[in-house]
Design a protein around this ligand. Structure first.
Ligand code: F6P
Length: 366
């Protein structure tokens, strides 16, 4: 079907992740080659909409970027046009203004008739704001956290899982040499997907997830029990969002200008210190941090990104409005974009992989 539009915009918003460029490439090439559509790249996510920074993307712009990490368009996880920081009050508190009308004017002047929003739950909330103002937005689910509602998987997750698995494998040999308890803190916000899947893949002994609050004494019991059985080392994969039973998550810092102001981090070091104090076993913590978001995407993410980008364009070309591209089972499908707004897909405590991990002797510290 011939699309009734001629120019679209694409933006990458929120924290970056491997595969963003692969989606930009798929969107732009499908638009040009199959639908004769012009594509404008909007710089730094929603910030580029507010500041009117956007440029037409050519075939050359999207050539040779399939394997490249990051995003050629730039991204920002600080900009919500509805609540845009325009200055500070005397006491340092940010002053916010709604910039939605300004963004709409920029889109109109550029002749951009629909937006492809590549992002996570915060970015889909940003898209929902424009949807309510009459802009057709098609969402593509991105995040290493794998926590977007409506899709079984987001692109970027497979690469982060691979990086975390490789790190855990490498920690294994040094842990064994020094007879230590080694804690590896991974990202994921309030969802434990990275810790669960990399932990299972690397055979970690203890997995501490946000979805299953832990008891530090039970964690220490496992460490001591292992040394009694002659395993003088323990590998613990911990999500940055993990918390003790009845306790709180460890907040690294708060950024009031960000739509999602809480930055987690530090629970791994805390747990390592407690293990050392309570067991007398030498303990160390490694925080993987942004390494999990950098570098080239694994083939699985390149394939998923290409499928997602292609499907987004097919939706637009067929006149669809305000859809989120998703993966359900092994099928690419789509759902209402507003479904993913400000919600997170966490792990059900009775998830099959948790049951399988428990069955092979992995502890969740509960
Ligand atoms: O959502 C992706 C993510 O990497 C989270 O796992 C992490 O909590 C957060 O972003 C870190 O954000 P920032 O890049 O602002 O430090």
């Amino acid at each position: 079907m011939t699309p009734s539009i001629s120019r679209i915009g694409v933006l990458t918003a929120g924290g970056d992740c491997p595969g963003l460029n692969a989606v930009i490439r798929a969107v732009t090439k499908t638009a040009m080659f199959q639908h004769n559509l012009e594509v404008y790249g909007i710089e730094d996510g929603f910030l580029g909409l507010v500041e009117n920074r956007m440029r037409p993307l050519s075939r050359e712009d999207v050539s040779n970027i399939l394997t490249r990490g990051g995003t050629i368009l730039g991204s920002s996880n600080k900009c919500n046009p509805q609540r845009y920081a325009v200055g500070e009050e005397e006491d340092g508190k940010p002053i916010f203004e709604d910039m939605t009308n300004l963004c709409l004017r920029h889109l109109k002047r550029r002749g951009i008739e629909a937006l492809i929003v590549i992002g996570g739950d915060g970015s889909m909330s940003g898209a929902a704001n424009f949807v309510r103002r009459g802009v057709n937005c098609i969402g593509v689910p991105k995040t290493i956290d794998n926590d977007l509602v409506g899709t079984d998987v987001t692109f970027g997750f497979a690469t982060a899982r691979y990086i975390a698995t490789e790190a855990l494998d490498r920690i294994h040999t040094t842990a064994a040499s020094h007879h230590r308890a080694m804690v590896v803190e991974v990202m994921g916000r309030n969802a434990g997907w990275i810790a669960l899947e990399s932990g299972v893949a690397s055979g970690a002994d203890i997995l501490l997830l946000p979805e299953i609050p832990f008891d530090i004494d039970k964690v220490c019991d496992v460490v001591k029990e292992r040394s009694r059985y002659g395993k003088a080392f323990t590998i613990i994969a911990i999500s940055e969002g993990a918390k003790p039973i009845g306790g709180e998550q460890v907040v690294h810092h708060v950024d009031p200008t960000s739509p999602d102001p809480i930055r987690l981090g530090g629970v791994g070091e805390r747990v390592a210190r407690q293990i050392e104090e309570k067991t007398g076993i030498d303990s160390r913590c490694t925080v993987l941090g942004h390494v999990q978001r950098g570098g080239t995407p694994v083939p699985e993410d390149r394939v998923l990104a290409t499928l997602f980008g292609y499907h987004a364009l097919e939706l637009l070309a067929n006149g669809a409005q305000n859809r989120l591209v998703v993966m359900q089972g092994r099928t690419i499908a789509d759902t209402e974009i507003t479904r993913a707004e400000n919600k997170q897909r966490t792990i059900a405590p009775d998830h099959l992989l948790i049951a399988a991990a428990r069955a092979v002797g992995t502890s969740f510290g509960d």
